[in-house]
Design a protein around this ligand. Sequence first.
Ligand SMILES: Cc1cc2nc3c(=O)[nH]c(=O)nc-3n(C[C@H](O)[C@H](O)[C@H](O)COP(=O)(O)O)c2cc1C
Length: 189
Amino acid sequence: MKMFNETTNKRKILIINGSPHKEGNTTYLLNTYIKNMPDDVEIIRMDLYNLLIKPCNDCRYCWINEGCVIKDDMKIIWNDDYDCIILASPVYMCNLTPPVISILSRLNMIWCNEFFLKKRNNFKFKKGILILSGGGTGNPDIAIRSAKILFKLLNAEFDENKNIICSLNTNNICAKEDKNIKKFIDDNL
Ligand SMILES: Cc1cc2nc3c(=O)[nH]c(=O)nc-3n(C[C@H](O)[C@H](O)[C@H](O)COP(=O)(O)O)c2cc1C
């Protein structure tokens, strides 16, 4: 199992940020986490609201061809030489935000290539970390379930009891004031 980038010897981390707010709750959690990471990491950051990732339109190209016919910023994900994926998203309608769901829909290509073409996409084994913020106090189960599918398809190991940094009730207490966050972050460094 390769956990380091062979050329730079640095761990390569892909950040998928599904928040539209540069100074919002999710970005605060994400930036605080990154700030605490060791120096020997290379970070590739996708701020999804500034990128173009179209949703899957079920064109069925991947039923008979390898890969996806849509050429857009999804190429950063397909590049796949990452040791870790950090997925950060606010909770929208109990789920991850729409641009994250677009990514998720495009990962259907992996499933279709395998099912119809018997072609396995050998994604590098990596670690998955989920960062969530939610305005209410409702259980973010649905968002976590979606994240689990994303991590599984990209061959990222993810323990939902451990690898989550989550701040709920941000309508009343913003993530910056959330006292539980330090422990969540320390546990995931
Ligand atoms: C369209 C929309 C839907 C939302 N749905 C939920 C929800 O289902 N559950 C929840 O706890 N918060 C919900 N929220 C609140 C956000 O999750 C919350 O304000 C979050 O902290 C925003 O993160 P940000 O500051 O990074 O943008 C919703 C917000 C929006 C704009």
